[in-house]
Design a protein around this ligand. Structure first.
Ligand code: NDP
Length: 448
């Protein structure tokens, strides 16, 4: 069979059957269009229709989430869970609460998650979920009632051996706590392994909060090392100021780099002395304020709501906010300013034409599937601890995370080279490694 015709046919079919799911189309295209050399080498996967089966979720759920706000007004949101692929283990992937959430976004995230989770080498399948609920400006009581209503529907689909959600944008420790409480109440089971990202005091893992950001920096460090470079003394720009961004910044500082800018959806701050992370955490995690409050509290810093955080000159860029936040123009600005490496802390933050700019300029580029895999890998470590009713130290858990990120990095390079690609092509390396692991399991498990 003509492999490229097969890939085109799958992609055309997907766009025809799932119109309006732009982000899912983008994520699928990015994977499918790198699969040629792998499918040429494995005609059995073409025969078994692995690519078609991978593009179709095993199950997708959409449900009503009715709740009552502080004024007594009834509100109605839409909840989602896409259980994409369970060849390697229970569905695993976060929940996102953001007004932009729709089926196409959840499917793009779930699709990415299949390959990312496979790449970690852990026994986890791929899934993702969320709701078009906006937690911004909502009281704790409102967030709790929303989470309870959401879990009242979702609980029947979850289980430590079935589907294990975690956090994502808008879902942090507070939301995981409320979701877990409702699951426990409804099921009358203390099933710690049903959700990850729990606080350390009751079933959570050390390092889970830090894992995605730390892991992205470890990945950037590994990429730099292939060119004899390191983070020490480097200027770093990070987009976002949420969970991933804050802990990426913390690890950059620990390794001797200087984070000079970060952002949120209202603008960005530049702080040439290096971000004060205690202040940033206070502003974003405690006060839940806008990023401009950081600049108000720190005279050396300035806030801007014009242009992009990626206009700030840097050696390393870590996009850690959301999908398609770094466009071609941003990529050109980064290259012009001499960027050495870009590692995606967020999922699909760079547009396809931005990735092309990095590729043409031979900038080291770590795609999210590989660079941000530390979060879900540590979730899998949390599941291991829950299953054993054990709790590891911070150091032991961080050592595991660091080893996993090194392994993810080297595996990308090895697979890319094995299939005739450039070892620096982490996009191909990550897609191919993840695909091969899932395809082997799906083939062995038959047509299911
Ligand atoms: P948070 O909710 O903690 O933070 C999100 C940050 O991104 C905030 O600063 C937010 O700004 C900003 N942001 C969100 N949406 C937009 C937007 N449309 N435009 C500009 N800025 C935006 O989320 P996380 O840090 O957990 O997640 C960030 C990214 O990392 C996401 O892509 C997520 O899928 C990915 N990821 C997260 C993992 C995790 O473990 N948490 C694991 C792997 C990937 P504002 O407050 O103004 O909305």
């Amino acid at each position: 069979m003509d492999v490229s015709a097969h890939i085109e046919a799958v992609y055309d079919d997907l766009r025809r059957r799932d119109p309006g799911e732009a982000e899912f189309h983008q994520a699928a295209q990015e994977v499918l269009h790198t699969m040629g050399p792998v499918l040429e080498a494995h005609p059995e996967y073409v025969e078994a229709r692995i690519v078609e089966r991978l593009c179709e979720p095993e199950r997708q759920l959409m449900f009503r989430v009715p709740w009552v706000d502080d004024q007594g007004t009834v509100r109605v949101n839409r909840g989602f869970r896409v259980e994409f692929n369970s060849a390697l283990g229970p569905y695993k992937g976060g929940l996102r609460f953001h007004p932009s959430v729709n089926l196409g976004i959840v499917k793009f995230l779930g699709f990415e998650q299949i390959f990312k989770n496979a790449l970690t080498g852990m026994a986890i399948g791929g899934g993702k979920g969320g709701a078009d609920f906006d937690p911004k400006g909502r009281s704790d009581g409102e967030v709790m009632r929303f989470c309870q209503a959401f879990m009242t529907e979702l609980y029947r689909h979850l289980g430590e051996h079935t589907d294990v959600p975690a956090g994502d944008i808008g879902v942090g420790a507070r939301e995981i706590g409320y979701l877990f409480g409702q699951y426990k109440r409804i099921t009358n089971r203390y099933e710690a392994g049903v959700l990850t990202g729990k606080p350390v005091g009751w079933g959570g893992s050390h390092v889970r909060t830090e894992a995605t950001g730390y892991g992205a920096v470890y990945f950037a460090q590994e990429m730099l090392a292939t060119r004899g470079q390191h983070l020490d003394g480097r200027r770093v720009v990070i987009s976002g100021s949420g969970n991933v961004a804050v802990y990426a910044a913390e690890k950059v500082h620990a390794l001797g780099g200087l984070v000079v800018a970060c952002s949120d959806s209202s603008g960005y701050v530049v702080d040439e002395d290096g971000l004060d992370l205690e202040l940033l955490k206070e502003v974003k995690e405690v006060r839940r304020s806008r990023i401009s409050a950081y600049a108000e509290a720190r005279p050396a810093a300035r806030f801007s709501d014009r242009g992009s955080v990626f206009d700030v000159p840097c050696d390393i860029a870590l996009p850690c906010a959301t999908q398609n936040e770094l466009n071609q123009q941003d990529a050109v600005a980064l290259v012009k300013n001499g960027v050495l490496a870009v590692a995606e802390g967020a999922n699909m933050p760079c547009t396809p034409d931005a990735v092309e700019v990095f590729r043409d300029a031979r900038i080291l580029f770590g795609p999210g599937k590989a660079a941000n895999a530390g979060g879900v890998a540590t979730s899998a470590l949390e599941m291991q601890q829950n299953a054993a009713r054990d709790s590891w130290t911070f150091e032991r858990t961080e050592d595991r995370l660091a080893a996993i990120m090194r392994q993810v990095h080297s595996q990308c390079r090895v697979t890319a080279a094995t299939y005739g690609g450039d070892p620096d092509d982490y996009v191909f390396g990550a897609n191919a490694t993840g695909f091969l692991r899932v395809a082997e399991a799906m083939t062995a498990q038959g047509v299911v």
